[in-house]
Design a binder for this molecule. Structure first.
Ligand code: AGP
Length: 616
């Protein structure tokens, strides 16, 4: 998704804006630009490609000034060209604007403006918005921040769609304006300087005191302070949040890629997902954030889990977990489908939405659709101040720390861990015995050490990965709790290596998938020594009988049968069936990572992808 950084203070703006964009690189983008205001002139530099290209352009042709805005663009309207890169200007060339979101009615607005003689230099919806605001401001006799805010209100009242925007104007030195509806925008509070950003990672090096704008809010910032109001013209209260992220969190440390760092953070992130939430005394999980009493939870007769991408795959594991431990009918729905389906849900249906970023447009829409129908809707999010976290009726925070790599890794295992806690809690207020609860808690507490052992398999997994790195197609299979892991392993591989990877329930092999089996197409079969192990073994033999290479993930000490049949075997520590997805998924994260590295792919910023899909 697009990234926005704004600055107003006493320092040179350009270096701060560029550094902020660099920290937003993980969001995915295809072009970038900066505009700064100095001595009544707004100067702009834009480049297609990487932020380093933009940095070089500015080094050759510097832009000064201590007020400015910047942007990384992830193209929605218009091709990837310098003309379409942000910032965009109004007709006067004095107003510069950057935007994250989609103006749905931009075409009709553009036609109306063109009839009035406005000329456009790009194909973007953003340039139309800049002209709308500039036109309204140019009709004002005053040249004050208040007049620009009034003009902005008038313009925003005409647009349909979503926006997170930042604006500077040549007639208003030392003024930075921001507004949001649907696309996140955070205000950073410094000493003699203030910031705007799409997310805190862009500014955490300068301040950890932030205000998260709500939808329909407008902020006016100067070096000395800021004011908040609403698009409707009312005042807006706000609270200052101390961000618990540090610069070290946002850095790569000694790792070559954020993805590898985050894979190796999973001992801590899974531990943190459970921290303070396990009660030995009551042999259950304690999740106060659900904001529901046990009596209320007992009335729940059905659960819907919804999310996108990796979050959806975690939801798939959650379906097995909750039905297994709590015997509550549970289904998972792609958020992008849920929001348009008219899913029959009775009043005792509880909805969970899962989202690492807490800003995914489809998941946010699913949340709002569920609440619109009167259902209690809980969030499982990593970003505590995200829109989904704030609009949920409660939920469980992942506490996984920032996940910068576009490919989700620790967020998956954190979400699955939390879903295990939810299943344990729901089971223990229904039919799950105290001894069963104690056993599950003991097994959960053993998990971090088992994750550590899986991480130590990295060299072995890397060697196997390199052997298959040049495959064009790869099949992933698993059963029961590990069927979702087959889906997730396939997604991991496809999104960072661009190999056509597909995930299936193992038994689907006979229903068409086997047509794809050939000596050049490896199959990855997740076959821990569980209740369906021998069923998986049969599937492996079916693949081998047709000459297909097989990489199996089995259980330490119980891998002999696999070694006799498979081309490669990776053995995870022995763990209860319900917890194997956390271990097997880490193997597949490492596997995908090393294939992508072997292929020379951009692991942290894969082509066409964004970390948080805040547009439909
Ligand atoms: C997975 O590796 C991708 N990054 C993507 O599928 C992601 O899981 C999806 O966009 C959902 O993101 P969210 O958890 O932030 O809502």
């Amino acid at each position: 998704m697009c990234g926005i950084v704004g600055y107003v203070g006493s320092a040179e703006a350009a270096p701060i804006l560029l550094e902020g964009l660099r920290r937003l690189e993980y969001r995915g983008y295809d072009s970038a630009g900066v505009a700064t205001l100095e001595e009544g002139i707004v100067s702009v530099r834009k480049e297609v490609g990487r932020i380093d290209d933009l940095r070089k352009a500015i080094a050759i042709n510097p832009i000064g000034g201590s007020t400015g805005i910047s942007h990384t663009r992830w193209a929605t309207h218009g091709k990837v060209t310098r003309e379409n890169a942000h910032p965009h200007f109004d007709r006067s060339g004095k107003l510069a604007l950057v935007h994250n979101g989609v103006i749905e009615n931009y075409a009709s607005l553009r036609a109306q403006l063109e009839e009035e003689g406005h000329q456009f230099h790009s194909q973007t919806d953003t340039e139309v918005l800049a002209h709308l605001v500039g036109r309204a401001f140019d009709r004002c006799s005053e040249r004050t921040p208040g007049a620009l805010v009034s003009a902005l209100r008038e313009a925003l009242g005409q647009v349909a769609g979503t926006y997170g925007i930042a604006i500077v104007h040549a007639d208003l030195p030392g003024v930075l304006i921001g507004a949001r509806r649907g696309s996140p925008l955070v205000l950073g509070i410094g000493k003699g300087e203030h910031f705007l950003a799409s997310d805190v990672s862009a500014i955490v090096g300068y301040t950890r005191d932030v205000v998260y704008l709500n939808d329909y809010e407008i902020a006016v910032l100067s070096d000395e302070g800021f004011t908040l109001s609403t698009v409707q013209g009312n005042g807006a209260d706000y609270s200052v949040t101390k961000v618990d992220m540090t610069e070290e969190d946002v850095g790569k440390g000694d790792y070559p890629h954020y993805m590898l760092k985050e894979i190796h953070e999973q001992v801590r992130s899974v531990t943190d997902a459970m921290r303070g939430r396990l009660s030995h005394e009551e042999a259950t999980a304690k999740l106060g954030g659900l904001n529901m009493s046990n009596a209320e939870l007992r009335t729940i007769e059905r659960i819907v889990l919804s999310g996108c991408g990796t979050a959806f795959h975690a939801a798939m594991v959650g379906e097995y977990l909750i039905e297994s431990l709590a015997q509550i009918p549970t289904e998972c729905e792609y958020a992008s489908e849920f929001r348009y389906r008219n899913l029959p849900m009775t009043k005792d249906t509880l909805v969970f939405v899962l989202s690492q970023s807490g800003e995914t447009a489809d998941t946010l829409a699913a949340l709002r659709e569920s609440k619109r129908k009167g259902h209690r809707t809980l969030g499982i999010c990593n970003n505590v101040a995200s829109t989904i976290a704030r609009e949920s009726d409660g939920g469980v925070y992942m506490h996984a720390g920032p996940e910068i790599g576009v490919a989700a890794t620790k967020s998956f295992t954190s979400q699955v861990t939390i879903l295990t806690l939810i299943a344990l809690l729901l089971g223990r207020i229904r039919n799950l015995s105290s001894s069963a609860g104690t056993r599950i808690i003991t097994e959960l507490e053993a998990l971090p050490a088992q994750i550590e052992k899986v991480l130590q398999l990295e060299p072995e997994i890397a060697k196997i990965a390199k052997r298959y790195a040049h495959s064009k197609v790869m099949l992933f299979m698993g059963r029961q709790f590990n069927y979702p892991v087959a889906m997730e392993g396939a997604l991991k591989l496809k999104e960072i290596s661009y190999i056509a990877a597909m995930g299936y329930p193992s038994a689907e092999l006979k229903h068409g998938v086997i047509a794809l089996v050939n000596p050049e197409t490896p199959s990855v079969v997740i076959a821990p020594h569980d209740a369906v192990f021998h069923k998986n073994l049969s599937n492996i033999e079916e693949v081998k009988a047709r000459g297909g290479p097989v990489i199996a993930i089995g259980t330490e000490g119980k891998g002999k049968e696999l070694s006799l049949v498979c081309d490669d075997v990776i053995l995870i520590p022995d763990a209860p069936e319900i917890l194997t997805p956390i271990l097997t998924s880490i193997v597949l994260q490492i596997f995908a990572y090393h294939i992508a590295v072997e292929l020379g792919c951009d692991v942290d910023k894969p082509r066409n992808l964004a970390k948080s899909v805040t547009v439909e």
